[in-house]
Design a protein around this ligand. Structure first.
Ligand code: ADP
Ligand code: MG
Length: 274
């Protein structure tokens, strides 16, 4: 079994009108299959990329894998443990929360604008009771800032004093604070300029090496994914239609939808340069 395994992972959203309206209009129930029977396996220390157009179910998978959204059916297992197992003990749940972290697309929306960066980074350290002593907490914040290419002085600043790329670095530092084993990156560079994208991707690669991290890397951009992934899964309307290594996928795509995604990505030939 892989480090992260999803089996028959599904999430449906009920888009029906209220019961009485349906009754009067004679409408059936309307279920959206946002994620439909998705099976993926992510090996420890590797990067699995999920690609697909907007609305294909990528973020829904990310939320279920992170334990933030309950699957309609199917399971997500980390080393055999399931966030939604009702008999999972409190201590085990806490240790899973520590080891599974997430980075979101918008570094603007995901940082509290009223908090200084130092407090933002101290929050997970305190919440998980990782370090009790105040001086050691500050030392850890300094270490985290340096690990993501920022300066310890930055802990006194507010998020609005940083550029988009720097803010995403702060989000990455916050994700690293609990020493996770896996980070789910949901379009982490989609809101950034291309040059900044490359820097953030390189940082993520360096951190993966340094801390043996596993990534579930979500993107609509095949060029971004080609430089990061060991394996790519292609998602169309909630269904995993193809799964392959990057070289196989780019050279011999099998599914028409993958071919369409490839033809819609003009900068694939430049992918190795970013
Ligand atoms: P992606 O991240 O690939 O753009 P999402 O996972 O966000 O796609 O969404 C997949 C589909 O599920 C979309 O059609 C979206 O509108 C729908 N969806 C997502 N969340 C909800 C929700 N809470 N309620 C209803 N529909 C939702
Ligand atoms: Mg999304």
């Amino acid at each position: 079994m892989s480090f992260l395994t999803t089996s028959h992972l599904s999430r449906y959203f009920d888009l029906s009108e209220p019961w009485l309206v349906r009754k009067i209009k004679g409408q059936p129930k309307k279920l959206l299959k946002a994620v439909d029977e998705v099976n993926i396996g992510v090996e420890r220390g590797q990067t699995y990329a999920l690609v697909g157009e907007s609305g294909s179910g990528k973020s829904t998978i990310a939320m279920m894998v992170a334990g933030l959204l309950k699957p309609s059916s199917g399971t997500v297992l980390f080393n055999g443990d399931n966030f939604f197992n009702p008999s999972l003990g409190k201590i085990k749940r806490m240790s899973m929360r520590k080891s599974v972290q997430m980075i979101f697309q918008s570094p603007y929306a995901s940082l509290n604008p009223r908090w200084k960066v130092g407090d933002i980074l101290k929050e997970p350290i305190k919440a998980f009771s990782l370090i009790e002593d105040e001086t050691n907490q500050i030392n850890r914040v300094c270490e985290l800032l340096e690990q993501v290419g920022l300066s310890p002085r930055d802990m006194l600043k507010y998020p609005h004093e940083f550029s988009g790329g720097q803010r995403q670095r702060i989000c990455i530092a916050r994700a690293l604070a609990s020493k996770p084993e896996i980070i789910i990156c949901d379009e982490p560079t989609s809101a950034l300029d291309v040059s900044v994208q490359a820097q953030v991707l390189n940082l993520l690669k360096d951190l993966q090496q340094a801390f043996s991290l596993t990534y579930l890397f979500i993107s609509h951009d095949l060029a971004v994914v080609s430089t990061m992934a060991n394996k790519i899964g292609v998602l169309k309307q909630g269904i995993l239609v193809e799964e392959a290594t990057p070289s196989k996928l780019f050279l011999r795509p099998e599914h028409d939808y993958t071919k369409m995604l490839l033809s819609a990505a003009p900068d694939i030939s430049n992918a190795s340069r970013i």
